[in-house]
Design a protein around this ligand. Structure first.
Ligand code: FAD
Length: 447
């Protein structure tokens, strides 16, 4: 996504630009596939940062302007509402902020003033500064929220949708995610992520961009403080005046001839995900929410479950049917479960053990869903991905879903014509990746 967005900006300004993509389909793991006659989105739960048409000062509006995409072209549908579910407490949030404040006032009456002050603090914080140092979000948020359960509840969605750091995150990143989830909200293109990818590819090609699929980059050659050439996996060589890499910070440094030491260590946090197709709609068994972020234990742990294939005790449940479709509702019931996973527990499994371990986490996720009884006898199709799938389709070391914990916010490297964009520049999610591509192209390649 970040590569396509950067490519569109450069193509608009008449640059000769070429995108090299290792796979046959764009989007990394936030893409789509067909299997057994059905079409699926691989990753998409929701696009964050929803705003209504016409709102000008918002990340979504900014990126549409920069990419010259009309708001209506995205064909967005909004969430119904989402849910944060912890033992003994539930808080809903929706695309109007009032619902969250209302539920917090009801469930945690002594915390509502602190929460509203936190909202003001987040709104006024300079979260896009490219030079900001790491500030612990847990420490900042604890000055506003005293109840440890509410504190964890606020962090759970924000972390699941955008933290590469275990148990805590940079406060700038927290503010970006807080605004994009709680103050703006969720939507999706009606037919799924393929719609957005098609728009991006079309814009890029129409403006003269060259998209080379199945063209993995093998090595970046250095000469006099610059990257002088790019070697592809088929052995061919390319030259370019400037290179923007969206493959991750450690991964980019590993591509450099003789390897270079990355300024950040690789990420650890990966996910397993199950997709279930049902022969009935979730609303028919009482599930109206779009996304649930849950924790089934007293303490929420957002941490790599080292030594275990997965940790089913917290996670995300997405029910795509519960977006407010206008004319093209999804025909079958769909539920997706996401849980934290440890890449190292997957990487050496034999094919048989791998399949068996997949079976275990699917069953575990159903068991901890809170509506296992309602699913019984209604599952007509199951698919699942593991950290190995994340590694395959993003090339992130350890299948780290949100890349490295240390982000390179200004996108620079020691090489004067090599820059970073996307996940490891620090803007996460679909909207974040698109904005990252745009801002790095504007800052480093167009000035
Ligand atoms: C499973 C999953 C579900 C997600 N769900 C959501 C969601 O619901 N909503 C949301 O907002 N965000 C979601 N995200 C996050 C969002 O998809 C990412 O933040 C965003 O797509 C990252 O874009 P990117 O450009 O930084 O990198 P990536 O999407 O990782 O793209 C990097 C690209 O580089 C290619 N590549 C890697 N190595 C090489 C090489 N050597 N040569 C050539 N090409 C190479 C890869 O094939 C890939 O296409 C999800 C992510 C994942 C993995």
């Amino acid at each position: 996504m970040s590569g396509l967005a950067a490519g569109i900006r450069l193509a608009y300004y008449g640059q000769r630009v070429c995108i090299l993509e290792k796979h046959a389909i764009s989007g990394g793991l936030n893409s789509h596939y067909s299997k057994d006659g059905r079409r699926f989105d691989v990753g998409l739960h929701a696009m964050t940062n929803f705003v209504q048409k016409g709102v000008k000062a918002a990340p979504l509006s900014k990126l549409l302007r920069q990419l010259k995409i009309r708001y209506d072209e995205l064909d967005l549908v909004e969430q119904s509402f989402s849910l944060i579910e912890f033992p003994g407490a539930k808080v809903r949030f929706a695309n109007n902020f009032g619902l969250m404040a209302e539920d917090i006032a009801k469930e945690f009456p002594s915390e509502i003033d602190g929460f509203l002050k936190l909202v003001e603090h987040v709104k006024n914080y300079d979260d896009v500064s490219l030079n900001a140092q790491y500030v612990s979000s847990r420490e900042v948020v604890a000055t506003f929220i005293k109840d440890p359960v509410l504190l964890d509840m606020i962090f759970c969605p924000v972390m699941y949708y955008g933290s590469a750091v275990e148990d805590d995150m940079d406060f700038s990143q927290f503010c970006i995610m807080f605004k994009s989830l709680y103050l703006e909200g969720f939507c999706r293109p009606q037919i799924g992520v393929r719609h957005l990818l098609r728009i991006l590819q079309k814009k890029f090609k129409e403006n003269g961009g060259e998209l080379k699929m199945r063209c993995g980059v093998k090595k970046l050659y250095k000469h006099n403080g610059r990257v002088s050439a790019v070697e592809l996996e088929d052995g061919s060589m390319l030259e370019g005046t400037k290179i923007l890499s969206s493959v991750g910070v450690c991964e980019t440094y590993n591509l450099l001839e003789e390897g270079d030491k990355s300024p950040s260590k690789p990420g650890q946090l990966s996910f397993v995900e199950t997709l279930l197709i049902l022969d009935k709609l979730p609303k028919d068994f009482g599930r109206d929410e779009t996304i649930t972020f849950f924790c089934r234990e007293d303490k929420f742990n957002y941490r790599c479950p080292k030594g275990k294939t997965h940790d089913p005790m917290s996670g995300v449940i997405c029910i795509p049917n519960n977006f407010q479709f206008s004319d093209k509702p999804l025909e079958e019931g769909i539920v997706r479960f996401t849980s934290l996973a440890d890449y190292n527990s997957w990487k050496d499994l034999s094919p048989e053990d791998y399949l068996a371990a997949k079976d275990v986490f699917v069953k575990d996720q159903i068991k901890h869903s809170g509506f296992a009884d309602k699913l019984e006898g209604h599952i007509v199709y199951t698919d699942a991905f593991t950290p190995m799938t994340v590694k395959k389709f993003t090339s992130h070391i350890n299948g780290a879903i949100y890349g490295a914990p240390g982000k390179v916010k200004d996108g620079t490297t020691p090489y004067e014509n090599l820059y970073l964009c996307g996940t490891d520049q620090g803007f996460l999610g679909i909207v974040g990746a698109l904005l990252s591509g745009i801002s790095m192209a504007n800052l480093h390649l167009l000035r």
